[in-house]
Design a protein around this ligand. Sequence first.
Ligand code: KG4
Length: 339
Amino acid sequence: MNILAIESSCDETAVAVVRDGRTILSSVIASSADMHAIYGGVVPEIASRQHVEAISPLADEALRQAGISKGEIDAVAVTYAPGLIGALLVGVSFAKSLAFGLGVPLIPVHHVRGHIAANYLAHADLEPPFLCLCVSGGTTALVHVKDYTQFEVMGGTRDDAAGECFDKIARVLGLGYPGGGPMDRLAQGGNDQAFAFPKAHMEGNPLDMSFSGLKTAVLNTVHNAQQKGEALHLPDLAASFAAAVSDALVPRTMEADRRLGYHKIAVAGGVAANSRIRADLERACQAAGARLWLPPLSLCGDNAAMIGCQAYYEYQAGHTAGWALNAKASLDIAKQWSE
Ligand code: KG4
């Protein structure tokens, strides 16, 4: 089954062709990140306009690289939630018209389900059930992947997503947008003990997290130094911040794994590219005797191949949409598709 998949939830327009869920025939991405960089974050209107310009030529390019014709597409999949509503609507409208024109099923896909599915593309042996740490610019959650289309959120951030904090701190440091990669590189060789940033202790669900206090503490450190005219050692600051984020994520991930008892852990989303978090998880999993699946860096960020992969399993579960499909800015990952 050849699925043409579309992703446009944020600032990447992406189209891919995926065969039988796990084989990528093509995957093309056009990012408008450069246009947002001057504003220090994504400008939704600019993102939507860029999707409109990019999507049609990208779909042609994805077919060309896959070496198939439109007539060989068996279904069209699209990210319909969560994300920037104007950006999502471009992908949803394009997918609807393409599926309608070709007379093939339309498969709606939750963006974070797609991020989790990126692991299936990279690791042929990974099958549910397992635990997935989902960490991106918009999401930070520990998700129990019960089956390909059955999910339960065990805990998550009560305020900022981890990626959002990387981006905001990077902006104040003048590192550009998106800031996670530059922050990661800056942290190399820095002393992770140089700054003692606060740890959030959560009332209620101990698997919940909070990153806004940590973000404010780092920003205050930067602003105080600027006001006093003092120079901060930025690699130390970046390394201490990455360590604090990892300290919030890794022990909770291991606790969630203990509760589930599968000892199978996957990681998903753009922040899964972070070298400190990857290294800490590898160490913790080794100590706990748990298997760890990390997506390759090329599949950590937004792409459409992951949407095509998840769509295959949504299709098997009967989750196809009619022509009234609409985009949703927010949606619980556990909620099943219904018209
Ligand atoms: O998954 P993604 O591409 O988009 C969302 O669905 O949100 O994630 C983007 C996020 C951004 O916040 C970016 O700064 C962060 O992933 N990111 C990183 C790294 N590479 C990208 N954060 C920390 N370390 C990295 N190496």
